[in-house]
Design a protein around this ligand. Sequence first.
Ligand code: HSE
Length: 446
Amino acid sequence: MAGDAVGVGLIGFGTIGTGVVKVLQRNESVLSERLGFPLRLVRIADLDTRRDRGVPLDGVRFDDDSDALIDDPEVSIVVELVGGYDAARRLTLRAIDRGKHVVTANKALLALHGNEIFDAAARKGVDVAFEASVGGGIPILRSMREGLSANRIDSLHGIMNGTTNYVLTEMEETGEPFEAVLKRAQDLGYAEADPSFDVDGVDAAHKLTLLTAMAFGAELTFKEIPTEGIRGVTPLDIEVTRDLGYRIKLLGIAKLHVGEDGGERIEARVHPTLIPASSLLAKVDGAMNAIAVHGNAVGPTLFYGAGAGEMPTASAVVADLMEIAREIRRGQAGRVAPLSYVPDHLRPKPLVPLAELHGRCYLVFTALDHPGVLARIAGELGDHGIGIQSVVQKGEVAQKEQGGSVPVVVFTHPAREGAVRQALERIDGLPEVTAPTRLIRIEEGV
Ligand code: HSE
């Protein structure tokens, strides 16, 4: 089946945009052989038209006019790689309004404005594809929408942010504190100059928002997802927990809770998590991503790959272009609902409060090295029904910090998080306790 080319317009000619051009050019023949027709890059828009990206642009119009690109009748699919919220939202809605299909890598845009964008696209009968927004080159969204669509999804656990996984891996390997490792990662270009979206867990929460909607048919609720980053993780945490068979990963976790009345609630959260060192996710190092999905028919599955970077992300963008181009050629958009559930069945679903979670915790108390302190801490935990599984008193751990305080590390038995929080409030009010207690949740069944 040979045929006319499908025209593509690219807005945003940065790292990923350059990767998209490279994939379209280098893999031109394999793309055409799979599609039966060519994809044609018609034009590119970017505010910076002077910088040489090192790719030939013969026959491609390149200027700074993104509105004209969207309105160009030769452009059928608009690739939005601008990033951020406002400009990207405006351009995406304009493209949809002009009847153009959209491919984006922008998880922040979709996590916050996805409901509006997907509604607009459905009304207009165009597709919005966003494989590159979660897990970079890993085809996790297509797998959720299609490969796993026969399943009720029970849970998913993911390392969804490469920057934080790189920093945690380096902290483990060097023993250095967070700030030093982050600084080196920035100097080497592995971390952004403003790393807060990554290290504070916001980027992972954007991605978890999309995955949660696709897994459970839950309307997008980014602002409600409890989110904690990795700034508070210390070399002590890494060392003590490693000795006991754990690794610390920034995980996005989502689970389905079905009540006795059949009512569904969603557990969704992003935070540093202790997982058994023997689990597959624990072996995901450096900037790589991995997402474990458990379906009620398929059982456990694991998706692994590069979660960022020029060519892996471009791989996902171009795969979306190919899928939409096929639909254009068949005159049939919207073959699969973007969030996996048809819009009528995407519903607001309540989130399970953190206080209701039940699991083991790793706690680090900072207390004056006085007789009886440990007994008072243990007493408060016991009063709240929290059993102690082990207390770590290694020589290095017991080294005094400034001011004569020592860290006291406790692993609890499974307990309700609400009770743990209440106990910590009491403990942090004790005169011998000199800093807020740190808590890292332990996730066993990963
Ligand atoms: N900044 C992200 C990461 C990549 O570090 O994984 C883009 O989603």
